[in-house]
Design a binder for this molecule. Structure first.
Ligand code: CAA
Length: 240
């Protein structure tokens, strides 16, 4: 059976690696994105997947995006809530916008996207929901009270939703990547990033395809007994 997957933030970074992997596993895949049309066009062309524009912070955008994917590829079986942003800054100088932008995109998106697909998954009695958290939701990170709050909240959401849907063939899991070599991490000041890499026992940044491998496992038929889990992939930087 060909499964349909939707990966938010799927045209760049970790999301794109996930899209590529699920496509090569034989799924029909759509990649969501919000602003970078050039990256989306490249993703569509190079990977041969559907791309859908919309803001995951908007319930209405998510409803429209899910309807478009449903019309073109069929009902969504696998949802990867990957889209995320940073607005780093120490809390004593953080603005209300820095706070709310991150909460809206990284946390409200969980409701906005998942609410669109959960009823269909329950009716069909099969589904995979994979939420991308972060090491910084597990351990905290100076400069990221907003991001750490959202990524920790995501873990609570994952566990509660897993409980509600365990008897319906739907698994809900979180992955907590460490520092992965993406544009988001490259935006960290060079000196700060050097110090962070020094704290990673494996001695390097992670790669998107390493996260994608874990997503592919959780998305597969074989992973039906894994639910409510948070899987850490961080080169040993934090052992939760
Ligand atoms: N621990 C405690 N305090 C710290 C600190 C740390 N590690 N780093 C900075 N501070 C404090 C400083 O002491 C200073 O305090 P005062 O205001 O009392 O003097 C204050 O923070 C401001 O410091 P600076 O002026 O040096 O720096 P800044 O305001 O320009 O930036 C920062 C501070 C935002 C924390 C910056 O160091 C930074 O960007 N750090 C990296 C944050 C990070 O790891 N982000 C991850 C992005 S990638 C990602 O999010 C993906 C993922 O999931 C892993």
């Amino acid at each position: 059976m060909t499964r349909v997957a939707f990966v938010t933030g799927g045209t760049r970074g970790i999301g794109r690696a996930i899209v590529e992997r699920l496509k090569s596993d034989g799924m029909k895949v759509a990649a969501g994105y919000s602003g970078n049309d050039a990256a989306a066009a490249a993703c569509a062309k190079e990977l041969g997947v559907m791309v859908v524009k919309g803001n995951v912070g908007s319930f209405d955008d998510c409803a429209r995006a899910v309807a478009e994917v449903g019309a073109e590829l069929g009902p969504i079986d696998v949802l990867v809530n990957n889209a995320g942003i940073t607005r780093d800054g120490v809390f004593h100088r953080m603005t209300a916008d820095q706070w709310s932008d991150v909460i809206r995109v990284n946390m409200d998106s969980l409701f906005n996207m998942t609410r669109q697909v959960i009823e269909g998954m329950r009716e069909r009695e099969w589904g995979r929901i994979i939420n991308i958290s972060s090491i910084n939701g597990q351990k905290g990170q100076a400069g990221q009270t907003n991001y750490s709050a959202a990524k920790a909240g995501l873990i609570g959401f994952t566990k509660a939703l897993a409980l509600e849907n365990a008897k319906k063939g739907i698994t809900v899991n979180a992955i907590a990547p460490g520092y992965i070599d993406t544009e988001m991490v490259q935006a960290v000041p060079e000196k700060v990033l050097e110090a962070i890499v020094g704290q990673i026992p494996v001695g390097r940044l992670g790669r998107g395809d390493e996260i994608a491998d874990m997503v592919a496992f959780l998305a597969g038929e074989q992973a039906g007994y894994v639910t409510g889990s948070t899987l850490s992939l961080n080169g040993g930087q934090y052992m939760a």
